[in-house]
Design a protein around this ligand. Structure first.
Ligand SMILES: [Zn+2]
Ligand SMILES: [Zn+2]
Length: 254
């Protein structure tokens, strides 16, 4: 069994065949999927999906792209959504200095407000970091010991991975680890402690190597898992077992 710790099945590109996508996921032994929020509507939709399907869970939060959305009303709505037992994290939250779709100051404010919310609710956070390594590390070090979480679709170097782990974070690998030129990610995946490792698809984006150009979906997760198992020179079953345990522990899945 594998856990896809980060997907967006509430996205419109799944509207036509969502049920089939879930069947294919199960056939590929991806029995558990965390649907991650990116705005308030997406968070609400993610929770609804999780309520309707066994093995589906939700994270609720405002993505840095949508940081300008975050006001007191939205924070209250996230708090209310988090009371649902299927909500297992706050996310995705963070900083994206690559696309800068929200001004950096708004991103930082929304990130900090949602880290505080996670602390208050005692939920882990799912962090999105694109070309914002330094500010991300600075922010999570302020919450060290108070929150746990996941660095999703990790893109930093070894030093950053070490600092994240020291701050109580796990490192999640997405389909880009299968790309032949992703030497930095290969090195980190090989080196990192299995107890700190998670797997994700980030569906519908970032399909693994043999699926490039297609819409990504959870049933493609085994391709990423196989690549990491081969980098670590371990059996796929062992990787699956350990990463599943890690996911169950951080999200408190039952
Ligand atoms: Zn992301
Ligand atoms: Zn995402």
């Amino acid at each position: 069994m594998l856990v896809d710790t980060h997907a967006h099945l509430q996205w419109t590109s799944f509207d036509k065949d969502r049920e089939k996508v879930l069947i294919r996921a199960r056939e590929a032994h991806v029995d558990c999927i965390v649907n991650v929020g990116f705005d308030i509507e997406g968070s609400i939709k993610g929770v609804k999906l999780a309520e309707q399907h066994k093995g589906l869970y939700a994270a609720v939060g405002i993505h840095p792209h949508n940081a300008v959305q975050l006001d007191q009303n939205v924070l209250n709505k996230l708090r209310e959504l988090s009371e649902n037992p299927k909500v297992v994290a706050i996310g995705e939250i963070g900083l994206d200095y690559y696309r800068n779709l929200s001004p950096r100051e708004a991103q930082k404010k929304a990130f900090e407000a949602q880290l505080s919310l996670a602390e208050e609710l005692e939920l882990p956070v799912v962090i999105h970091d694109r070309e914002a390594h330094r500010d991300i590390l600075e922010m999570i070090s302020r919450f060290k010991g108070k929150i746990k979480g996941i660095m999703h679709c990790f893109s930093g170097n070894k030093d950053m991975a070490e600092q994240c782990i020291r701050s109580g974070f796990l490192v999640s690998f997405a389909g880009n680890v299968t790309y032949p030129n992703a030497h930095n990610l290969h090195e980190i995946a090989e080196w990192i402690d299995l107890r700190k490792t998670l797997l994700e698809t980030d569906s519908p984006w970032l399909p693994p190597k043999d699926m490039r150009g297609k819409r990504n979906e959870p049933s493609f997760l085994p391709l990423t898992a196989k690549k990491i198992a081969s980098l670590k020179r371990i059996r796929l079953d062992d990787l699956a077992e350990d990463t599943t345990k890690n996911a169950e522990a951080i999200f408190k899945l039952k």
